[in-house]
Design a protein around this ligand. Structure first.
Ligand code: PLP
Length: 382
């Protein structure tokens, strides 16, 4: 049976050029970047080249970029590092209710350790309005963390405007750009951010590697003790093949961004329009246009997302219910609930995330199979 991948927001296939660059690094560039002999120096040069490539895309100084084990670690470092290092300035953190668990659970952890946290609600499209963030600011607010694009519904937040508010109020601002990096422009100056998290495996790069931009001058305490790597911000021998893979993947995404965005937006809209014309009682979640190219989150009234996802999998269609990281839980997605979608409708939601594995033929197949499966379920229910 042919299988079709519609889950690019969960992870992506590593690009062939990325694999090649990583293999070369593993075969030839095996020195430790901390060693001062020739092997080490060559590895150091390769690591700094990778850093520079990503810094150019973010429009930051390479010294402001730190490699991590992924988006989760970058988010943890931003939130815990800033709150801990700035206790003298305050104890209050603002996050949104639609953040990824990497941010939400870190915020909860901080709450358990005596910090105060405000959770800002999105509007019904899943967008965090700057006014809402403004209202959450109190004396003692140290940090605001609002994601660039949401991983479940794909809506894009007005990060530049929120960043401007933060700057005017003298508050630090972090954005989780794990879903947007490589798909949308992520110039840290345009976005007015002090910190930005990104990850390799969402952009056709390797898993287990990511990075964080930390603006020069931001006071932040590190999470690990050890050697002097990453200017002591992230100790431990660097994942050189991972960093190289991430940088090559980012470069490819950057060079293809306009064309991929246009192609995926067309496929995404064709899929939704096609489905809408074939099925009643379905709803598009998220903003109709201010959305990541390729992402379509749909509620199918009267259905259970988990059952639908498993049946589609048996038909060769890989999708996810809500976020891949939260599948396995039967509760409705916290993102959809925060948007005000009733729980019984939120529970019947599926995320289709299109990417390089998709073309018109895969959309045709999905347009054939999804209505069949949904109609079968609905017929059984009556
Ligand atoms: N933030 C967002 C918005 C994500 O979608 C994800 C992954 O699903 C993460 C953070 C975590 O990134 P990583 O898998 O690299 O730890």
């Amino acid at each position: 049976m042919k299988r079709y991948y519609f889950d690019h927001s969960a992870t992506t296939r590593v690009d062939a050029a990325v694999t090649e660059a990583m293999m070369k690094a593993m075969r030839e560039n095996y020195g430790n970047p901390s060693s001062i002999h020739g092997f080490g120096r060559e590895a150091r040069v390769a690591l700094e080249d990778a850093r520079e490539r990503i810094a150019r895309i973010l429009n930051c100084d390479p010294a402001e970029l730190f490699f991590t084990s992924g988006g989760t670690e970058a988010d943890n470092l931003a939130l815990m590092g800033v709150m801990e290092a700035n206790r003298d300035k305050g104890d209050h953190l603002i996050v949104s209710k639609i953040e990824h668990h990497a941010v939400l659970e870190t915020a909860r952890f901080l709450e358990q350790h005596g910090f105060r946290v405000s959770y800002v609600s999105p509007d019904s499209y899943g967008i965090i309005q700057p006014d809402e963030v403004m209202r959450a600011i109190i004396p003692g607010t140290v940090l605001i963390s609002i994601m660039h694009a949401n991983n479940e519904v794909g809506t894009i937040n007005p990060i530049g405007k929120i960043g401007q508010i933060a700057r005017e109020q003298g508050i630090l601002f972090h954005t989780d750009a794990v879903q947007s990096f490589g798909k949308l422009p992520t110039d840290v100056k345009d976005l007015n951010v002090d910190m930005l998290s990104l990850s390799g495996h969402k952009i056709y790069g390797p898993k287990g590697v990511g990075a964080i931009y930390i603006r020069k001058g931001v006071k932040l305490s590190r999470r690990t003790q050890g050697g002097h790597q990453e200017r002591e911000m992230r100790t431990g021998t660097e994942n050189l093949p991972g960093a190289i893979g991430l940088s090559v993947a980012a470069q490819i995404c950057q060079s293809k961004m306009a064309a991929e965005s246009e192609h995926l937006t067309r496929l995404r809209d064709r899929f939704w329009e096609g489905l809408k014309s074939r099925l009643p009682d379905i709803h598009l979640n998220g903003h109709p246009t201010e959305r990541l190219p390729g992402l379509v989150n749909i509620s199918f009234e009267g259905l259970e997302g988990e059952a639908l996802m498993l049946t589609l999998d048996m038909k060769g269609l890989a999708v996810s219910t809500g976020s891949a990281c939260s599948s396995g839980q039967t509760s409705a997605s916290h993102v959809l609930l925060a948007m005000g979608i009733p729980p019984q409708i939120a529970q019947g939601s599926i995320r289709f995330s299109l990417g390089r594995e998709n073309d018109d033929e895969s959309v045709d197949y999905a347009l054939e199979v999804v209505p069949q499966v949904v109609e079968n379920f609905r017929a059984m229910a009556f």
